[in-house]
Design a protein around this ligand. Structure first.
Ligand code: FMN
Length: 199
């Protein structure tokens, strides 16, 4: 599927076929291709919890306004970020780059993040945003529908998935076979959103 078609066809799907099972191969392709998304310094902050246990799905749904996508989607991914990924053997993120690039980037990366928790979190969230969009477009290409979700109690979900310290939840993405017709699309005109040169 062409990217433009995938973007046009993707909608935030509210109901999924609860009986549809996604194959292991599809799950692997979804995540492997999505992980080709760009990330700052190639840190790949994303850590994905693939919630498969029906009881755990039900527990998450209970703290997610009862939204049916949580239990009915074929896959439910909680997109988390490792906020310390920048200092976990960072040289591994650049092993395939020329040595002068590695020599330049490693100290730069340290300077960029050390002692700057807000920067580390912002960067991680940017990476999760891009990863999640890739995930939804790959899903579209594979014949699936999706829904990004942050309508849930973050602390409660953190407990349910045993979120480690120094990790943060970005949002969830539910993927499955949609069973509803999306509401008509609603977007602001581009002219209202774009400024030339400055605000
Ligand atoms: C970060 C984020 C969180 C969202 N959370 C929810 C959610 O909890 N439940 C839901 O049904 N849709 C959720 N949405 C979907 C938006 O409501 C939807 O993308 C928007 O209304 C535009 O519709 P469209 O995606 O079909 O074009 C979320 C979207 C984003 C980006």
């Amino acid at each position: 599927m062409e990217v433009i078609t995938a973007i046009k066809n993707r909608r935030a799907t509210k109901s999924f076929d609860p009986h549809h099972k996604m194959s292991e191969e599809t799950r692997r392709v979804l995540l492997e291709i999505s992980a080709l998304a760009p990330s700052a310094y190639n840190i790949q902050h994303w850590r994905i919890v693939d919630v498969q246990d029906p009881a755990e799905r039900a527990a998450i749904r209970a703290v997610a306004w009862g939204q049916a996508q949580v239990t009915d989607a074929s896959a439910l991914y909680v997109l988390c970020a490792d906020l310390n990924a920048w200092q976990e053997e960072p040289q591994r993120y650049w092993v395939t780059s020329p040595q002068p690039v590695q020599d330049f980037l490693l100290p730069k990366l340290d300077e960029y993040y050390r002692g700057k928790q807000e920067v580390a979190r912002d960067e991680a969230m940017r990476s999760l945003g891009i990863f999640g969009m890739a995930l939804m477009l790959v899903a579209q290409d594979l014949g699936y529908d999706s829904c990004p979700m942050d309508g849930f109690d973050f602390n409660a979900v953190a407990q349910i998935i045993h979120l480690p310290a120094d990790f943060a939840i970005g949002y969830m993405v539910a993927i499955g076979k949609g069973t509803d017709n999306a509401w008509p699309r609603n977007r602001e005109p581009v002219e209202k959103l774009v400024y030339i040169d400055h605000f």
